[in-house]
Structure formats: structure tokens, C-alpha cells
Ligand binder design. Structure first.
Ligand code: SF4
Length: 624
């Protein structure tokens, strides 16, 4: 678009901004944003987060890609987020396209549109963004004139439900792949070849999955007969991409103009987890464990605090207490913070294991902070089934230590609906929470706050529970009622998830390629912001299933046959299906699998990524 047209677009946007809430979401111009003159680079990448700015701007993955891409002089990476409903209505009625925050360009003007899909409930927002950006929703309808639409993120370890809408998926860690995708795009552009040739070339990059190069066939009962590669360049399976060591920490921290979800400097201290909780998607798909050296963590935090003026830092990982140098790290952090003489709070760390020493250093660093424990189930029996072995006595011991060390707030996370859960297990949550409350009275005299957070178990792809049924929402309601009744009158704050919203997640997370029609229908019916309780409407989805002639129960209620081809079987996370299956069988027998840092059980990571293991620096990987 010629420069004057961009001016016109922006001038028209400026006219509607005063009519919408939080116009700061749409203007850019933040401290440390990167704006390159449009014609000064050859490749324009729009990084899209399909939820509002306030959430997306706190997303570390997107910030990291923005930083990495903008370090290249030939690339400009710009940002776009979902407009809130009022802004959507305003730009639609003014007939304006969705635009990037930096150069205020319509998404259709970019070479590459990279979408982050961290959870399934943003899928309708994703379609909405393509529509608002004036990009055909389906890959097959895009031509040479349209951007290449790529997607990555935790949800797309099962890419199939959104496969028709995406040209290329990046499975796994995107920090290196994104640069290879740009290189590939540039050489394709100079070659003048057609779009099909671009997709075939991209298929050659490790970790890239081009759904249009595969076909899926179904059996009469609706299960999958086979997934077939239709081109020699399309590998089967598609291995996820990982890095031998964690990418360099961020160099530029952007400071938002409007209040965002997390106003703090975040650094990822470790990737992966080896505990093997059977319900945990992140713990299975992000293996192996790789730790970031302490010096890198501290220097990134120092940088971030200097650049932003934030007064809160956050250490990101799946279970921070498993970081092998956690005590020296906390000591280093304390020193860093005292140099700055600012009062810094550390948000609750999720602690899976603890020592008195760790409690001491944590408490001295963050005396007002909260402590979080995630027993996930109310009885020892069920904790063995989900592979979170922890006796009631061990748990109470931790709780006593938490109060002894002076914490004033304790959060407990539980999940209901686990495979094999009985009503006694749910009553166990009540018994345990009340016992913890008693302990608090003894140790802290009723001054500490107790919070019980209850979520619903959702069977996720690539986990040992991928075959398990999702609990009937009516039974979930019954279980929630047991908790409400049991905790009534106790000084415990309880929060819970809407079982209907969990049902949607259950449908989408184990969907096959036919689910795309349902997502499209739901979007057309008006579904937006499904992750937001005030916008989520199950009716849109039920109608969407009916219009696609698909049975929602097929996706949620059914226990999958053990020999069934699952929609995501062609995506290899490194953990073998046979290992997951054995774990599923063990769960039924209540048999526990110990943390593999003690004994490697050959999950498949080393056979898939053996070469990378050799290239990894000493001590970074926790696999043998
Ligand atoms: S290869 Fe061994 S140590 Fe590494 S994640 Fe798998 S089981 Fe654990």
C-alpha cells in the first residue's frame, strides 16, 4: 500500500479510537518497541496473539520472537492482537482492516503472519483476526498475493483442528525455526516460484508441518483409518523442534502503555519437566529439561529491570524448585534486588519439592508473598493414579513448614474429573483442605489466607491420559457441589472453572481435521473470546457441531481404543506412544513412575534427539 494510503488508514483509525475502551491497546508507541521504516526491509512479519493486547503483551514467547526477528536488519516484526468487541464493531462498521501496531499496516500487507496458539480457546479469535486482516481463512484459498500464515504454540502439538487455516505449523520451539522460515521465504521470493513450491520447501525445515501435504482418511465409525504424506518432502512423523540449549534471554523489554496482565520482568529459568504427572500436557511435550545458567538469568533480569522500571520479577518454569541451582539463584536474585534498593515481590512460586533452606531463602526474599502447592488430588490413591505421589503426611509436613516460616497466604491447586476419581476422592479434597485450615489456626492463628483453586481435568494429546474420557459435565457439577458444601463456612476461598468451558477445551484439544468445520461454524455463529466467561457461549458450539454433522460426545466422552490412530499420531514430541500407553495402564493399576532424573526409563527423547544431546553444553540437559 502506498504511504499515503497508510496515512489514510491511520487517520481513519484515529477517528474511531475515542469511541472505544482502552484505545491505548491499538496505538503502539511503547518504550522499546521497534519501528523500522516499511521500505527499509525486505521481509515483513506480523506476530499475532489472538487475544487482547492486555494478555498478549505479557506473553513471553511472542516478546522473544519479536526481539529475535527484529535483530535482523532485513526483517521487520510488528505486533497485532485481537481487538476487543467494541473495537471490532468499530473497525468493521468503518470498513477498516486490522492493522499492526508499529507501522499501522493491514495484516494482508505482510509477507508472513505468525500466529501464537497457546491454548485451544483462542481458535475462533484466530479466525476472526484473519478475517479482520482480510486474509482468506483457508490455506487453499490463499494466492501468491497473500501472506504466508504460520502458527506455533503449545496447543498445536495437535495441529489438526486448525490445519485447514494454517499454511505451515512450527511444532515445538520456534526461536531458531522462525529464522529458517524467513530465509526460506526470501529465497522462494527471489526464485519467483509458486506458493505450492514455498510450502514444499518449508516442509524441509525440521519442525515444520505443512498440513496440506498430508491427507487423513476415516473409518465408518469416525475414527481415523490413516494419515498419509502426499509429497516426498512431507516427513512422517513430523518431529518437534527443540534447541540444544535455551535461546539467549531477551534483550529488549517493551513497556506497555496500558495496564497489562503481568507488569513484571519474566525470565524462563528452565524448560521441560521430568516429573511425569499423567494429566500434564506441558510436562510431556516440552521434554527434555534444559536449564538456563544463573548468570544469564540474573543478567536478563538486570537488563529488564533497568529498561522497564518494573518492581516485580518472575521466574518461569514448570516447577521452579526443580531448578538444580535454585538456592544460589535465589541468593543471586536477593543481591541483585538489594543493589537496586527497590521493593520487589516474587509472585508465588509453584513448589513441587522443598527444603527448609529453600523456604528460608524464599521467605527472606519475598516476605509478603504467597506459597503455592499443587497436590492436584484429594487422596493418596488418586495421586498415585495421576502420578503425583505425595502422602497426606508429606503434604501436611510442607504445610506446617510454610506457616512456620511465616507465609501469610497459601494456595492449593486441585483438579477434579481425573480418570478413576470417585466421590470419596472429591471428599478427600474437603478433608485435606479443612485439615490444612486447622494447621493454619495452630501455626498462624487464623491470620493466613487459604485459597483452594479447582480446575477440571481435560484429557490432552501426547499424555498418558490421551485415551481417557472427559468427565460428564453433570458429574463435574455434582463434584463441585460436594466441594461447595464441604467447604461452606470454612475460612477458605474457593475458585473453580466453568465445566462448560472445560467441555469446549475437551472437544478442541483432541479434535481431528474435521473439527475445523466446527470451529469455522462457531466463529460464523458469533463465537469470540471463548476463554472469557462473559463471552463464552456453548450454544454457538453445539449448533456448530450440528451444522458440521459431527457428534461432540465422540470427541469428549469416549475412551479411545488403545490401538486407534489418534489425530496427532503423526506429530512426534519425542516421547513414544508405547511409553504413554504403558503409563496409562500403570495408572489403572495405581502404579507410580518415578521422576526420570533419578532413573531414565528411555521415554524416547534421547533416541529422537541424541545428536542434539551431544551438542548441548555440560549440565544444561538433565537427561543422561
Ligand atoms: S530420556 Fe530419560 S531422562 Fe530424558 S526425559 Fe526421557 S526418561 Fe527422562
Amino acid at each position: 500500500m502506498p504511504h499515503h494510503q497508510t496515512d489514510t488508514l491511520w487517520r481513519r483509525v484515529e477517528r474511531i479510537l475515542p469511541t472505544v475502551t482502552k484505545p491505548g491497546r491499538y496505538v503502539g508507541g511503547e518504550l522499546n518497541q521497534v519501528v523500522k521504516p516499511w521500505d527499509s526491509v525486505s521481509t515483513h512479519v506480523a506476530l499475532v496473539f489472538p487475544d487482547i493486547y492486555d494478555l498478549g503483551q505479557s506473553n513471553l514467547g511472542m516478546a522473544l520472537l519479536y526481539d529475535i526477528l527484529n535483530q535482523r536488519s532485513d526483517v521487520a516484526a510488528e505486533r497485532a492482537f485481537s481487538p476487543w468487541t467494541d473495537m471490532e464493531a468499530a473497525i468493521r462498521s468503518a470498513d477498516l482492516p486490522l492493522f499492526s501496531l508499529e507501522n499501522k499496516r493491514s495484516l494482508a500487507e505482510f509477507d508472513i503472519v505468525g500466529v501464537s496458539l497457546p491454548y485451544e480457546t483462542v481458535y475462533t479469535n484466530f479466525l476472526n483476526i484473519l478475517d479482520l486482516g482480510r486474509i482468506p481463512l483457508r490455506s487453499q484459498d490463499r494466492t501468491q498475493a497473500h501472506p504466508l500464515v504460520i502458527a506455533g504454540g503449545q496447543a498445536i502439538f495437535n495441529p489438526e483442528p486448525v490445519a485447514p487455516f494454517v499454511d505451515a505449523f512450527v511444532i515445538g520451539e520456534g526461536e531458531q525455526v522462525i529464522l529458517e522460515v524467513v530465509d526460506c521465504y526470501q529465497s522462494w521470493q527471489t526464485s519467483g516460484a509458486d506458493r505450492e513450491a514455498l510450502l514444499v520447501q518449508l516442509a524441509g525445515i525440521s519442525g515444520v508441518y505443512i498440513p496440506s501435504l498430508y491427507t487423513v482418511d476415516y473409518l465408518p465409525d469416525g475414527t481415523i483409518q490413516g494419515i498419509t504424506a502426499q509429497h516426498p518432502a512431507a516427513s512422517l512423523p513430523v518431529n518437534k523442534r527443540i534447541m540444544a540449549e535455551l535461546p539467549p534471554a531477551m534483550t529488549r523489554f517493551l513497556v506497555p502503555n496500558v495496564e497489562v496482565a503481568h507488569e513484571r520482568v519474566s525470565v524462563e529459568i528452565m524448560r521441560g519437566c521430568t516429573r511425569g504427572c499423567r494429566f500434564c500436557h506441558a510436562g510431556m511435550v516440552n521434554r527434555p529439561i534444559r536449564e538456563r545458567p544463573i548468570e544469564d538469568i540474573l543478567s536478563s533480569l538486570r537488563h529488564g529491570l533497568d529498561q522497564t522500571g518494573y518492581e516485580e520479577v518472575s521466574l518461569l518454569s514448570l516447577s521452579s524448585s526443580d531448578y538444580s541451582q535454585i538456592i544460589p539463584l535465589i541468593e543471586g536474585l536477593r543481591q541483585l534486588l538489594s543493589e537496586r534498593q527497590v521493593n520487589i515481590s516474587l509472585p508465588s512460586l509453584r513448589i513441587e519439592s522443598f527444603s527448609d533452606e529453600l523456604m528460608d531463602v524464599l521467605q527472606s526474599l519475598s516476605p509478603g508473598g504467597g506459597f503455592t502447592l499443587a497436590p492436584e488430588a484429594g487422596t493418596e490413591r488418586l495421586r498415585n493414579i495421576i502420578n503425583k505421589p505425595l502422602t497426606d503426611e508429606e503434604l501436611m509436613e510442607t504445610v506446617r513448614a510454610v506457616f512456620r516460616h511465616g507465609w501469610k497466604s497459601l494456595k492449593l491447586y486441585f483438579m477434579i474429573g481425573h480418570p478413576g476419581e470417585t466421590l470419596e476422592d472429591v471428599e478427600g479434597i474437603v478433608t485435606l483442605s479443612r485439615a490444612i485450615l486447622q494447621e493454619e489456626r495452630r501455626a498462624a492463628g487464623g491470620r493466613a489466607r487459604l485459597h483452594v483453586g479447582v480446575s477440571t481435568f481435560i484429557p490432552k494429546p501426547h499424555t498418558p491420559f490421551q485415551w481417557a474420557p472427559f468427565e460428564d459435565p453433570a458429574v463435574i457439577q455434582q463434584k463441585l457441589a460436594i466441594l461447595h458444601d464441604g467447604l461452606r463456612g470454612a475460612k477458605i476461598k474457593m475458585t473453580w472453572n466453568d465445566p462448560k468451558a472445560s467441555l469446549l477445551e475437551a472437544w478442541l484439544s483432541r479434535g481431528d481435521r474435521r473439527m475445523a468445520e466446527v470451529i469455522f461454524n462457531a466463529w460464523r455463529n458469533g463465537a469470540r473470546f471463548d476463554a472469557w466467561s462473559e463471552h463464552f457461549n456453548l450454544d454457538f458450539w453445539q449448533k456448530a457441531f450440528a451444522d458440521a454433522s459431527l457428534d461432540p460426545d465422540f470427541y469428549s466422552k469416549r475412551e479411545r481404543e488403545l490401538d486407534e490412530i489418534l489425530p496427532w499420531d503423526h506429530i512426534n514430541t519425542g516421547v513414544r506412544k508405547t511409553v504413554l500407553l504403558k503409563d496409562y495402564e500403570w495408572s489403572k493399576a495405581g502404579k507410580v513412575r518415578p521422576d526420570c532424573r533419578q532413573t531414565c526409563y528411555g521415554c524416547g527423547i534421547l533416541s529422537t534427539f541424541g545428536e542434539l544431546r551431544l551438542a548441548a553444553p555440560n549440565g544444561g540437559w538433565k537427561c543422561p
